[in-house]
Write a protein that binds this ligand. Sequence first.
Ligand code: PAF
Length: 287
Amino acid sequence: MQVFQEINPLKAFLHQKKREGKRVGFVPTMGALHQGHISLINASTEHNDITVCSIYVNPTQFNNPADLKKYPRTLAADKAMLQDAGCQVLFLPDNAVMYPVETKLQLNFGRLEKTMEGKHRPGHFNGVGLVVSKLLHIVEPDVAYFGQKDLQQYLIIRQMVQELFFPTALVCCPIVREPDGLAMSSRNVRLSKAARKKATILYQCLSEAKTLFIEGRASVAQIKKYVGQKLTNQTDLMLEYFEIVDAHNLLPITKTYKTDQVAFCIAAEVGGIRLIDNLFLNEAIHI
Ligand code: PAF
């Protein structure tokens, strides 16, 4: 695996590969890799000649400086995992490379960022949009891979790529779960033993909400109330939101009706660690 820390040598390398007719897949990450990331690398290596992964903990997307400081950094293990997965290129920029001048640009994703993560993490998607557009300009991939766990992030990036004519196709890959249902996340390693056990309740809630929705006996309001009540009075757990939305545009779903489009989305702090998860009514939909 070739490692690049600077933009120009990486670009020169990739331009040469492009001239040779190679197709480039890209997986942007913030490191602390787990099998969820590796599923993205696998999707890329399967469909492309060259897979590029970036590891960069992007400061502009953290609205909480303590969260940025505590974000897990496991570079040696990450490199070994990428190597084993057949990733050919690792881009490892630092802040001076990614933000050589103070960014004044402000991205506004309109309605899409006014809900869920956008509402609870002001400025977060501005930072995501900035860094992803920089990375897409640097790597110029044919395809970029993102995880469904960050559903809202994916939709926002999709909007940006469409509106700004980025010549990159996007693929959203399914969530990878631990055997007990917990969605894989870089933050999971920070959970205490007790919090790790408790965290499975998020997936339980999503699954129960989905069953209730399919059965059609409870209204959307009742399902939301049920999940809210189940998660209140839990020690060391603070629910931020539970939403039932259209998976394509995050508009709230107000009625239980037969549609493929529904996504159940949740965010909560468990033992002080913020976790998010979501579940599609129909796992087979493509977004
Ligand atoms: O999903 C992530 O890991 C990050 O938000 C991303 C897309 C790499 C941008 O920093």
